[in-house]
Design a binder for this molecule. Structure first.
Ligand code: SF4
Length: 262
């Protein structure tokens, strides 16, 4: 991996949940976490992989993960500049974990700045402190995904300690670019203690204004099958609208604007 090329597994146009306005979301392949509920399991491994077609679709297997240059990604992003201008949108670099391909990400962020394209980074926060700080400085907005405050639970359900994540989050609190995203995973992240501790943590500086709730959904289950991966959520139901409403109220009490779905 270098500054000019990286591995991308999808580029999605007209995204409306990954930052302000209408956006193009660029999904980086590779993530150091392995969350049980991951909605993009095709983004976890860094290498290209084969995804079998849906049963009965008659389609051929698909290879997910393509090496792309900065110029090629930028050309795809620039196709929709007119929509960004009209809606206050831009590009979002997501994944997987974009900070895993840091030099490539930085080159893309620099290119976006030159072209005056609003750039958002969606991250788990799991990256060396210097890399995280550079991303924060170069991006226009950072969507910081917070999951579990308890370290033992974090290790169990994501495969890594949250030390680095929380330390980067504390450092990011001085910035007004940060927005929190919280995956609502029944029986794992949605217990009141975790929610209260996360909300308190995010409220410390008073600079973080948005707290988005991302409800678990079952749509990724088929992807696990097609990639030959074990789905550890094992038929878990999505949270109900009532549960999401209650959660929204609870977090709004800390002074955040809370949206469901980002
Ligand atoms: S951090 Fe995000 S992309 Fe990585 S495994 Fe967890 S949910 Fe999936």
């Amino acid at each position: 991996m270098n500054a000019n090329t990286g591995i991308i597994f999808r580029i999605k146009q007209y995204a409306i949940h990954d930052g302000p306005g209408i956006r193009t979301t660029v999904f980086f392949k590779g993530c150091p976490l392995d969350c049980w509920w991951c909605h993009n399991p095709e983004g976890i491994r860094m290498t290209p992989e084969t995804c079998q077609p849906a049963a009965g679709s008659g389609r051929k297997p698909e290879i997910l993960g393509t090496r792309m240059t900065v110029e090629a990604v930028l050309a795809a992003v620039e196709k929709d500049v007119i929509f960004y201008d009209q809606s206050g949108g831009g590009v979002t670099f997501s994944g997987g974990e974009p900070l895993m391909q840091a030099e490539f990400l930085f080159a893309l962020l620099d290119a976006c700045r030159q072209q005056d394209i609003h750039a958002t980074v969606d991250t788990s926060g799991y990256a060396p402190a210097d890399i995280f700080k550079r991303a924060l400085a170069k991006a226009d907005r950072v969507l910081f995904d917070l999951k579990l405050v308890d370290d033992a639970a974090h290790k169990k359900f994501t495969g890594v300690s949250n030390d680095l994540i929380l330390s980067n989050f504390r450092a990011a609190q001085a910035s007004d670019k940060v927005q929190v995203r919280f995956p609502v995973i029944p029986g794992i992240t949605d217990n009141p203690e975790n929610i209260e501790r996360l909300a308190k943590l995010a409220a410390v500086s008073g600079k973080i204004k948005r707290f988005d709730l991302l409800p678990y959904h079952r749509t990724a289950a088929a992807k696990y099958q097609r990639l030959g991966l074990v789905d550890r959520m094992n038929g878990m139901a999505a949270p109900t609208t009532e549960q999401m409403d209650m959660l929204q109220d609870r977090i709004a009490r800390y002074g955040f604007t809370v949206r469901v779905g980002g």
